[in-house]
Design a protein around this ligand. Structure first.
Ligand SMILES: [Zn+2]
Length: 186
């Protein structure tokens, strides 16, 4: 059964944070209202969409960090504009943690960074593991082989074709094993 709720005016939004997203809820509410051209449902759930917290606005799933950045910049982001998490924690959507970066420079900037301490990287990897993200399918990927391709600067696209799987599988594998990126958190 589909229930169609027509909202004529905006009721105060209530945020339901189901994935420990670190976010300024007032900013997020404002961003949702700014983004939508019509009133939105009163309860907005933050859920995991891939590796990132997201909200749904009139059926469009949108990552919280991208939505907020659009709101702060007051414009839509192009697909080749990535929003980088400075502390490498994908759950942290606080303003001071986010910056826009060209997609072409994004991965290389992660490799160049090398600023995170071993300890910090370990903490993030553990926290991510604890979240027990479910992966659709397990493709057998030799991590040493994957690392050598990453070292050769192969794109995720090219690597996924090489292994015969989808891009998210490769991304998840890197996500689970941050050391693959030259000892750097992804
Ligand atoms: Zn980044």
């Amino acid at each position: 059964m589909v229930i169609c709720l027509i909202v004529k005016y905006q009721k105060p939004i209530v945020i339901e944070n189901t994935c420990n997203c670190i976010v300024d809820e007032t900013e997020l509410k404002n961003a949702i209202i700014w983004y939508s051209d019509k009133p939105v449902a009163r309860i907005k759930k933050i859920f995991m969409q891939g590796n990132y917290p997201a909200v749904s606005i009139h059926g469009e799933k949108i990552h919280v960090h991208r939505l907020l950045m659009m709101y702060w910049l007051k414009r839509k982001l192009d697909t080749n504009e990535h929003v980088h998490h400075k502390d490498h924690n994908k759950l942290n959507a606080l303003k001071e943690n986010l910056e826009v970066i060209a997609s072409s420079k994004h991965l290389s900037s992660h490799n160049k960074g090398k600023k995170l301490s071993k300890e910090h990287r370990k903490k993030i990897a553990e926290a991510n593991r604890r979240r027990k993200v479910k992966y659709k399918k397990r493709v057998n990927i030799d991590l040493n082989e994957l690392k050598s391709l990453l070292d050769k600067n192969w794109s995720i696209n090219r690597i996924s074709k090489y292994f015969g799987c989808d891009r998210s599988t490769i991304k998840n594998r890197i996500y689970e094993h941050p050391h693959l990126l030259g000892g750097e958190e992804q």
